[in-house]
Design a binder for this molecule. Structure first.
Ligand code: 5CA
Length: 190
């Protein structure tokens, strides 16, 4: 399509989110990992960080309105806690709703910069890390950010969102060897 071919961000292999970031002057940089960052575990493996430092951006419907829950990759979201924070029952959004609400496909949904004005809730555990990593609009790209800055930029409501029976932690590898980013990466899915 001509409009895509003429898009400079396409020529630079940037995601739409990365182009938006550059325009906004927010000052965070995106890293691409050809091996993929589609899931929290994949992202932690690529980055070489704790899986708890990966920000999952999960889309839910709350009384007919989409909301996004930012959840540590080490935690399982407790939907009843999200419902309490949102003040209404919640159901997981389907892939198409997630895409239309945020502008991005599942696996690349960023924590802010969404296509529509989506209320954001943030797992308090994310604030316990020096830095966290979140999806940058495509399933092979993430960016590093201070969690307080993440909260500000997403205008998130901080809440206790994790499942707490047991220790609330998922049974996941916690640390992975560092991998080097490398270009080119696979295409944008959003
Ligand atoms: N890029 C990674 C790490 S930043 C990422 O986006 N992870 S994520 O957790 O935010 O997105 C994947 C999540 O999307 C899965 O954990 C799952 O909860 C959810 N998901 C996967 N498929 C669907 C689907 N068909 N409908 C709704 N949600 C889905």
């Amino acid at each position: 399509m001509a409009t895509t071919i003429c898009n400079p961000s396409y020529l630079l292999n940037m995601s739409r989110f990365e182009a938006w970031l550059a325009d906004s002057g927010i000052g965070v940089s995106v890293k691409q990992f050809p091996a993929g960052t589609r899931t929290a575990v994949e992202a932690a493996l690529a980055v070489g960080c704790d899986v708890g430092q990966i920000v999952k951006s999960l889309v839910f419907m709350a009384a007919g309105r989409p909301v996004v829950a930012l959840v540590s990759g080490a935690n399982r979201l407790d939907e009843s806690r999200l419902a309490a924070a949102a003040g209404t029952p919640v159901t997981k959004a389907g892939a198409e709703v997630a895409r239309s609400a945020t502008g991005y496909a599942i696996g690349g949904v960023p924590p802010f910069g969404h296509a529509t004005d989506v209320p954001v809730f943030m797992d308090r555990d994310l604030l316990g890390h020096q830095v966290v990593w979140a999806a940058a609009g495509r399933p092979d790209s993430v960016f590093e950010i201070d969690p307080d800055r993440l909260r500000e930029l997403s205008q998130a409501t901080v809440a206790d969102l994790k499942v707490v029976h047991g220790d609330g932690q998922l049974d996941l590898p916690t640390r992975a060897p560092r991998a080097e980013p490398d270009l080119p990466a696979s295409g944008e899915v959003s």
